[in-house]
Write a protein that binds this ligand. Sequence first.
Ligand SMILES: C[S@@+](CC[C@H](N)C(=O)[O-])C[C@H]1O[C@@H](n2cnc3c(N)ncnc32)[C@H](O)[C@@H]1O
Length: 231
Amino acid sequence: MTESAPQEPRASIKSFVLRTGRMTAAQLRALEDLWPRYGLEPANDLYDLDSIFGRSAPRTIEIGFGDGELLVTLAAANPHRDYIGFEVHTPGVGHCLLRAAELGLANLRLVRADAVEILSRCIGSDTLDEVLVYFADPWPKKRHNKRRIIQTPFATLIASRLRSGGTLRLATDWVPYAEWMREVLDPHPNFRNAAGDAGYVPRPTSRPVTKFERRGERLGHEVRDLEYIRR
Ligand SMILES: C[S@@+](CC[C@H](N)C(=O)[O-])C[C@H]1O[C@@H](n2cnc3c(N)ncnc32)[C@H](O)[C@@H]1O
């Protein structure tokens, strides 16, 4: 392996840089009109998810949902599950709000804040059934590797929020990052690699193609899917 994952990244390092991006008029309106319906504000206490969704159901979160197309597709296809998406890129949040309203989704909520902070503060232990991290920023330059979201402390945080037997699914089009993910997650005491020694799972047929995946394919990148079970 050419890149090795540090065990203790500095807590203040963010996994994102806020991209500038023009909001369309429709996205701006969506942030005003639809945010009250779909948005969850950062809080200092745990979210009461049963009361937020008005039911107790299996729960999936997606970290860094981009434009949210995958998230709304999954939420529409699985009305028996509840979904919470985390994204800091405001135009993406606006796009996702518009699509959620078009599809009339009742089982989706969005958080526009750093997923690491909100998971730590607002999501209780053993509450999630599934965590999705698809095409996370690969931070390919060695001096930027420390910004990668997949690090041992973050894996420990996710494991604590997942129920026993819950699943962490990841995909990346940057093979060195896939190797880094394995280096962090394979030895982690709270996770078991569902692929065993093979390391990677076949692309799940249920996973819709994302915008960043299409971009990776155009650049000729190979995609790796990973799946870890919470012990
Ligand atoms: C490369 S994009 C991939 C987006 C989408 N998953 C896709 O495949 O099209 C990664 C996204 O993760 C978001 N992101 C990175 N770190 C984050 C964090 N700590 N909390 C919330 N979003 C984050 C970025 O804003 C960015 O939109």
